[in-house]
Design a protein around this ligand. Structure first.
Ligand SMILES: Nc1ncnc2c1ncn2[C@@H]1O[C@H](COP(=O)(O)OP(=O)(O)O)[C@@H](O)[C@H]1O
Ligand SMILES: [Mg+2]
Length: 326
């Protein structure tokens, strides 16, 4: 479990003080994956550096499985850091070492006996599906295979936490799927706590249990996937489930509907047609299962002799979130 409490980090930029992290609080239960999304400059890298103790926060606390990282003395930072495995956008493997030797590297650094290293490396390569590539050099591996080696290396010190910084941003879509599936299954098998920093909403949808939106150093939206998608007016929900662009209606009143869970499959629209003598024309829509719940987002044009306010009141009563489109 990771708990971050009131984390602040300020930097001096000449005369100015830049607040890179402003009162960040979040908690990620063991065995789950939390996504951090945000634009460039939002503070994502600073958060990673504070979590890995590459940088000391100005104030606040980071606790990993009951141990306060922020209270660790400088002389113990290296040991404390072994509790956290890091996966980056590029695996940054050593070209002159084989896959097995790359995975062995962190173990050799702490003088692990040779037989233990060999056993552990074989175990890790098998875990990431690379047993047959143990003796291959990075130049002989695909991007996805290199990333697998990187993941195996991150797991060498039996970390409690896996921090993934844009883990699939350099990969093609099919390889991205493979790596995300691997991260998901490792989280379960090893009961890891995982933080994924990403700008790809797809990554959040595929593997995250919960998500935070970082903006100018502050977390402005957060929660389990299901909650953020059903949040009214939330920008995360909109980015996670956008409507296809470019559809234009015929100038009739337009409503945007978010149907959640059971209402997503209930016959609200046909009921609407009947009750309000309305013609309902769907001009854009998307239906997805996110965080285990079904969601539908629809943009509809409504032509009815009855006032729009009655229609929205009816829909809201039926559990549909309604916004009158501009
Ligand atoms: N070492 C540093 N010195 C001064 N300012 C920094 C430093 N690192 C980051 N910042 C500032 O902190 C803010 C957040 O940066 P960063 O964490 O790199 O954002 P992100 O990774 O989300 O793009 C930015 O305004 C950036 O200019
Ligand atoms: Mg960054």
């Amino acid at each position: 479990m990771i708990t971050v409490t009131n984390l602040r980090k300020t930097y001096r930029q000449g005369e100015r003080t830049v607040t890179a992290l402003d009162d960040v609080t979040l908690s990620v239960p063991k065995g789950s994956i939390h996504g951090i999304v945000g634009h460039s400059g939002a503070g994502k890298s600073t958060l990673v550096r504070c979590l890995t103790l590459l940088d000391r926060p100005t104030s606040g606390a980071v606790v990993i499985d009951g141990r306060e990282l922020t209270a660790v003395r400088d002389s113990e930072v290296r040991t404390a850091r072994r509790r956290i495995g890091m996966v980056f956008q590029h695996a940054n493997l050593m070209d002159s070492r084989t896959a097995a030797q790359n995975v062995a590297h962190p173990l050799e650094l702490v003088k692990t006996p040779k037989t233990d290293v060999n056993r552990k490396v074989a175990e890790l390569l098998s875990l990431v599906g690379l047993t047959e590539f143990a003796d291959a050099y990075p130049s002989q591996l695909s991007g996805g295979q290199k990333q697998r080696v990187g993941i195996a290396r991150a797991l060498a010190s039996d970390p409690d936490v896996l921090l993934c910084d844009e883990p699939t941003s350099a990969l093609d879509p099919a390889t991205t799927e493979d790596i995300l599936t691997l991260i998901r299954s490792l989280t379960h098998t090893l009961n890891l706590t995982v933080l994924v920093i990403t700008h790809e909403m797809h990554v959040v949808k595929r593997i995250c249990d919960s998500v935070s939106l970082l903006e100018r150093g502050r977390i402005i939206e957060h929660g389990p996937l299901r909650e953020v998608v059903s949040q009214r007016g939330g920008s995360l929900g909109r980015s996670l489930m956008p409507l296809p662009a470019g559809t234009v209606g015929e100038g009739l009143p337009e409503l945007e509907l978010l149907l959640v869970g059971d209402t997503a499959s209930a016959p609200v629209l046909s009921e609407l047609t009947r009750r309000f003598d309305a013609n309902v024309n769907v001009i854009a829509g998307t239906v997805e299962t996110l965080g285990g719940s079904r969601f539908g987002r629809l943009r509809v044009e409504v032509d009815s002799p009855r006032p729009l306010s009655e229609i929205t009141a009816y829909l809201e009563g039926a559990g549909v979130h309604v916004e009158v489109a501009a």
